[in-house]
Design a protein around this ligand. Structure first.
Ligand SMILES: Cc1cc2nc3c(=O)[nH]c(=O)nc-3n(C[C@H](O)[C@H](O)[C@H](O)COP(=O)(O)O)c2cc1C
Length: 208
């Protein structure tokens, strides 16, 4: 990798104004991680095909146990496909998912080629989703996951093979102004905080 000058290094840690007001990292961290958040307002701007390809390419390169790549992405990008998703997303989420120009259902295959369970399939699908979310952010788009959807109905409507496990619907697009969002979501349209890192990190210790 070529050497970065000080300004280039600084740019890697630059938070957006919107994020800066609500998120204070405890330690220096690449801004991509902190600048990603999940708005519910989506602009009507379409997502170009090559942009979507780059976002899915990022997910493709996620690590996975035995390199099994258990993730599957069911993509809705034209109106007919988006209308199918409306049939199974729960009403509480429809107020914002209905405005996203792209919806992706993240699923994963829970078995190894041998037919034995792959205990890491959900973990690996999670890695793929995060790669996708960060690539989207790096390209100036936003993502918002929704676990609130009817899985039985989704299988039926999208004719998803029974063996796949369904994890989340991801709304993808460009962030819109508050005027594009139902008023009931306005108060929550802010980057959220995080608990201190010390509450998540456990020092390894040997048995006494
Ligand atoms: C697996 C998963 C399921 C989620 N389901 C929903 C949902 O059904 N509705 C919703 O409004 N947000 C949903 N979220 C968004 C989370 O609430 C959000 O990611 C979290 O509060 C952290 O905020 P941030 O993504 O803005 O950093 C979901 C997120 C994940 C990862």
């Amino acid at each position: 990798m070529s050497h970065m000058d000080v300004n280039e290094q600084k740019a890697l840690f630059e938070l957006t104004e919107e994020v800066k007001a609500h998120r204070q990292p405890e330690h220096p961290v690449n801004s991509l991680f902190v600048n990603r958040w999940s708005p519910r307002s989506f602009a009507s701007t379409p997502v170009a095909e090559d942009t979507l390809e780059t976002i899915l390419e990022a997910a493709r390169w996620a690590p996975s146990a035995l390199n099994l790549q258990p993730w599957r992405f069911i993509v809705a990008k034209d109106q007919q496909q988006l209308d199918l998703f409306k049939e199974f997303i729960l009403p509480g989420n429809r107020g914002w998912t209905d405005h996203a120009p792209v919806l992706l259902l993240i699923a994963s295959h829970p078995l190894r080629d041998s037919g034995e369970p792959n205990g890491a399939h959900a973990f690996d699908a999670g890695a793929a989703w995060m790669s996708l979310a960060l690539q989207a952010r790096a390209l100036g788009l936003v993502t918002h996951a929704a676990g609130g959807f009817d899985r039985t109905k989704a299988r039926e409507v999208l004719e998803i093979p029974a063996e796949l496990e369904l994890h989340a619907v991801i709304a993808l697009g460009y962030q819109g102004g508050l005027d594009t969002l139902d008023e009931k979501f306005h108060a929550r349209e802010l980057p959220s905080g995080r608990r201190p890192i010390a509450e998540s990190v456990i020092e390894a210790k040997a048995k006494a």
